[in-house]
Design a protein around this ligand. Structure first.
Ligand code: ADP
Ligand code: MG
Length: 709
């Protein structure tokens, strides 16, 4: 990526092992490594305080009002007491200042805290104020002995560091970490923390220099200096991450070889002109153009295709497959579940019915005679399209000339699994990853910034909005009456039960009970019910699914195994039982199973009547909007980025300071500036970018996310 030739990575003082810092030594070093992941001087410098104690702002107990949030008071510790037993056991104490008493309470670590407390001494106390029986109290306060000799901090704002109980016991509490950091800071010269961001940008964004930022994030002279230091370091973090990601992408663009799809031939044209059952939407056309441009130029395509549920990704996949075939290559379409793979197979077989293009399905349950034939045809190049589950990545599956791999709902596939697919061809095949999980823009540019990105942001014409309502348990029979009316009109309905973990016994029993209840409301032979869940043998699953798809059953009782991809346009009602147990994006995926045909569709969330705040909020959002991207943004806000599916292990979101939700404006600025820099100087060879390049090389960074190539 970057040429190392002219720049020698030098070891700096900051890469010194932490045991060499004065006051640390081998034993404490071990603890710092184990407990806080601090291995080097740099790591200690990057261990940022989570708050500062402002010695100038000590309130009186009597200042506490109903709206006081956090408070810092100073006073004598009195009345330390342990009450209750086992479950209700708690430690209480009071802080007494000249204006009154403030209650302190601990529920955990009671014996340890009790040992530490010294009644009669003066403490500085900080914490969130709560009210218990109308009296203010702080639960698990931060306490600090206020002895005569104050620490020799130069600033008024004293840093407080995250630490652990173990470290505290071994004399490495927040206070001692502050001491160590101070020792380290005093050893450093400006050049040890020299500027890595080009001067233009530091001027434009008004960033304080790097040395000042590090020194003042730990020991700020005043709150303003602290926030300047934080923004500088956040910006740096985001800017560097964006640079790395875009360098990765552009180097892939320049150096990766790929098979060339430069012809549009008979297969594609015949299908397009004669058998395509509808006109493509504008968005579908645009994406096809992007894919064609990408696959024609001799480098490997790595493209993420996002399109909300029902936006029509399957047809884009098929057209891409036909393009590969016209250029003499084979194609593979991979789906996360057997149900989905079968459905893709059925859809594509249907669409290609009048054409002579061999398509086969390979899953875990493919019979061995059939499997043998598939493997043989594949290897000899007779078979052009292979559709399947993860069974297609097994080593025995060998292609003659694989040109493209399309992965539906990629977040269910691991990186290692994907890597095995690329090994199936000499030149790595093109890769198109399709997902209906709407990834908010911020997240996409952070987590998947090294992929090319297409989006289908338009639904096929004629879709009616889905009416979504929230009903509670007591309204169940009304809901069932509504279902009956829809079914009697010839429609089909889904009733979904939570089964988050397929092995969860309780949920399983709920599902079975639910099934019996539904059967009670909808007796045979007038009504027929399909049931699908993760514990069924796949043949049974498939049969049930098939009966529903073909309209032999009117009701599908299921768990989330049908969550992605299933397409039954005649189904118009989706009931979600215990909807409070589902996450936002899951609810959105589920709702996307209806509203796929010409008839008006409904989605009904059934919940208990006592909902927690979060659950209530989620349902409210779902009722108020059907925009997948808006929902994903909310999801990100409610759960935080660490929890978004598919990004959990990516490492891409592990920022020390920046938060991609809260710091979005900064992220966007950092991204734009990184792109500007690279556009002007793609290999960072200009003098202005020398320091930056040196930094990128020396700090290898944590580029561990899923690199799809
Ligand atoms: P998803 O993006 O969720 O995978 P599908 O590919 O399953 O969506 O498409 C959903 C439905 O929309 C299918 O029934 C499909 O035939 C239909 N569809 C796709 N594209 C169009 C279009 N351009 N015009 C009309 N219907 C379309
Ligand atoms: Mg799909």
């Amino acid at each position: 990526m970057l040429k190392l030739k002219y720049i020698h990575a030098t070891s700096t003082i900051l890469s010194s092992p932490i045991e060499y810092l004065k006051g640390v030594g081998p034993q404490r070093a071990d603890l710092l490594k184990k407990e806080l992941g601090i291995f080097t001087f740099q790591d200690l410098l990057d261990h940022f305080p989570y708050r500062h104690i402002d010695r100038t702002r000590v309130s009186l107990v009597s200042d506490i009002g109903l709206h006081t949030d956090h408070i810092q008071v100073a006073g004598v510790l009195v009345n330390v007491d342990v009450t209750g037993d086992k479950r209700t056991k708690r430690l209480t104490a009071q802080i007494k200042d000249k204006s009154g008493f403030l209650e302190l309470t601990w529920f955990q670590g009671i014996s340890w805290v009790q040992k530490m407390l010294q009644p009669g001494q003066t403490y500085l106390v900080y914490g969130r104020v709560g009210f218990f029986q109308n009296r203010p109290q702080i639960v698990h306060p931060e306490l600090e002995l206020l002895n005569q000799q104050q620490p020799d901090a130069k600033s008024w704002l004293e840093p407080v560091y995250p630490t652990t109980e173990k470290l505290k016991v071994r004399g490495l509490g927040g206070r001692q970490i502050a001491k160590l950091t101070q020792v380290l800071m005093s050893m450093l010269k400006e050049r040890d923390l020299s500027e890595n961001i080009p001067a233009d940008i530091t001027r434009q964004v008004k960033l304080v220099d790097r040395f000042t930022a590090y020194s003042q994030i730990h020991f700020p002279p005043d709150p303003e200096a602290f926030s300047r230091a934080v923004s500088r370091l956040k910006f740096e973090e985001l800017f560097i991450a964006q640079l790395r990601m875009n360098l990765l992408r552009s180097s892939r663009h320049r150096f990766s070889k790929g098979v060339v799809f430069d012809k549009v031939g008979d297969t594609f044209n015949t299908f397009y002109k004669e058998y395509l059952p509808f006109d493509l939407t504008g968005a579908q056309k645009r994406v096809m153009k992007e894919i064609r441009a990408d696959t024609a130029r001799g480098r490997q395509m790595n493209r993420l295709l996002q399109g909300d549920v029902g936006s029509g990704k399957t047809i884009v996949a098929l057209l891409t497959i036909l393009l590969a075939i016209d250029n003499g290559y084979q194609a593979c379409l991979m789906a996360p579940t057997e149900i989905l793979a079968r459905q893709h197979y059925a859809t594509i077989q249907d669409l290609l019915e009048k054409m002579e293009v061999p398509v086969m399905l390979l899953t875990g349950s493919t019979r061995s005679a059939n499997r043998k034939k598939i493997l043989k045809d594949l290897k000899e190049g007779e078979l052009k399209i292979l559709i399947g589950t993860h069974a297609v990545i097994e080593d025995v599956v060998q292609f003659s000339n694989l040109g493209i791999v399309i992965i539906d709902e990629q977040h269910r596939f691991g990186v290692a699994q994907r890597a095995r697919l690329w090994k199936k061809a000499v030149v790595p095949p093109h890769v198109l990853v399709m997902t209906a999980t709407p990834i908010p823009r911020t997240l996409a540019m952070t987590a998947y910034g090294d992929l090319d990105y297409s989006v289908i942001d338009e639904l096929p014409p004629g879709r009616q909005p889905i009416t979504t309502v929230h009903r509670n348990e007591t309204q169940r029979s009304k809901v069932m009456t509504f279902l009956r009316a829809e079914i009697d009109k010839g429609r089909q309905v889904y009733i979904i039960f939570p089964l988050i973990e397929e092995s969860d016994k309780l949920d399983y029993e709920n599902l079975m009970r639910g099934y019996e209840t539904v059967k009670g409301y909808f007796p045979e032979p007038k009504y027929w019910i399909s049931m699908v869940h993760g514990r069924q043998p796949s043949a049974q699953k498939e049969l049930n699914m098939k009966r529903f798809v073909e309209g032999d059953t009117q009701i599908m009782v299921s768990t989330t195994v049908i969550e992605v991809g299933v397409n039954v346009p005649n189904a118009t009602v989706m009931v979600i039982e215990s909807a409070e147990k589902f996450g936002l994006s899951q609810l959105h995926q589920l709702r996307g199973r209806v509203g796929r045909g010409a008839e008006k569709s409904y989605c009904i969330f059934l919940t208990g009547s006592n909902l927690g705040n979060d659950a209530r909020e989620r349902i409210k959002i779902m009722v108020s909007t059907s925009d997948g991207f808006a929902i994903a943004e909310k999801d990100l806000e409610l759960r935080g980025p660490g929890d978004i599916e598919g990004t959990r292990q990516s490492g891409a979101l592990d920022f020390k300071l920046a938060n991609i939700v809260l710091d979005r404006p900064l992220l966007e600025m950092a991204r734009n500036l990184a792109l500007t820099v690279l556009e002007a100087d793609p290999e960072l060879v200009s003098a202005d970018n020398l320091q930056l390049k040196k930094f990128l090389i020396e700090s290898k960074g944590h580029l561990t996310w899923s690199k799809i190539s």
